[in-house]
Design a binder for this molecule. Structure first.
Ligand SMILES: [Zn+2]
Ligand SMILES: [Zn+2]
Length: 320
């Protein structure tokens, strides 16, 4: 059986403005998996601890290999915060314009530095274009929590993905899971990745709740940003995905013990695997058929925690 995604394009490719996000199998990339949090606040905005204290807090607990500092409207250099075995990536969360419910947009920008004083950026598209030109990568933050719909997001170009899970939003009002908005976009042809994040402020239980597993042989900030752009990652709130092979007609996935494996496609299309008696599984090896436009895999463990692969587009997958 073909391994990974065969000759399909790997990851995102530059296409005029922004990203044309393509199928990417993290296990087809070289290197090792680095676990990290893409969305973190410090005292520079509304976080609890200073940047130095925040980085030390995560580093000393040993559960992440990297964090991205994304204070509201504040850009900062982070190279001095990196240490052996722990990478700090610069970023920012920006709030340009309003969504259809009248709430400010929240856009997490990863891999950007600059002056603390930001130039005026009034529209979400302006932010996405500016960050793209600066070499960074943007994600639509917690869309469900602040009422940002697929209509808001389909009108924008140049973001690589959406937060499918945000730990802080889950703790604030239970609206941490935006997976449905991701599927709304995918069903309409918008090719975007999904990321799980903490949005840590270290003010409540807003840490170690959602993360990405990035596969790379370059643990520098630039290496992590490049791997994110390429889609060399999966997201999780608990389960581990250990290997993944996918074609149009076959799926083989190995993971930590889970209660169910869902192959999700467009609209009602898809298939789920679970033991009728509730026994845990460590993956699937199955024939696929009848998928529509895209497929993604979501596994759910005995605690109800998910891990998500990024989407695979049928027109990019080898037949077998
Ligand atoms: Zn936000
Ligand atoms: Zn935030």
């Amino acid at each position: 059986m073909a391994s990974g995604i065969g000759n399909a394009a790997h990851g995102a490719v530059q296409c005029g403005l922004g990203w044309l996000v393509a199928s990417a199998n993290p296990f087809s990339f070289p290197g090792r998996l680095l676990k990290g949090n893409l969305h973190t606040h410090t005292k520079r905005s509304d976080g609890t601890l200073s940047p130095e204290e925040t980085v030390a807090w995560f580093r000393d607990r040993g559960r992440y290999d990297f964090v991205v500092l994304t204070d509201h409207r504040v850009l900062a250099e982070t190279d001095a915060l990196c240490s052996e075995g722990f990478t700090v990536v610069p970023g920012v969360e920006l709030h340009p314009g309003k969504n259809e419910l009248g709430h400010a947009h929240h856009i997490v920008c990863v891999g950007v530095t600059g002056p603390a004083e930001l130039p005026g950026l009034d529209s979400p598209q302006e932010v996405l274009t500016t960050v793209d030109e600066a070499g960074g990568v943007c994600f639509a933050a917690h869309p469900r929590w602040h009422g940002c719909t697929f209509r808001d997001l389909i009108a924008l170009e140049g973001y690589a993905g959406v937060e499918v899970f945000n730990t802080t939003c889950s703790a604030l009002n239970g609206k941490g899971d935006s997976t449905v908005i991701w599927d709304d976009l995918l069903a309409r042809g918008r090719r975007v990745f999904g990321v799980a994040v903490d949005d840590a402020h270290l003010a409540r239980m807003d840490y170690f709740g959602g993360w990405v597993m990035v596969r790379t042989d370059d643990a520098s900030p630039d290496g992590i940003v490049a791997a994110l752009k390429a889609g060399a990652f999966y997201s999780s709130c608990g389960p581990e995905i250990r290997s993944l092979e996918v074609t149009q007609s076959h799926l083989k996935l190995e993971c930590s013990p889970v209660r169910s494996v869902h192959v999700v496609s467009r609209g009602p299309v898809g298939v789920s695997f679970m033991d009728p008696g509730g026994a845990l599984m460590d993956g699937v090896d199955c024939t696929l058929g009848g998928m529509d436009t895209y497929l993604r895999v979501q596994v759910v463990d005995a605690s109800g925690m998910s891990a998500w692969t990024n989407p695979f587009y049928l027109d990019e997958l080898p037949p077998e």
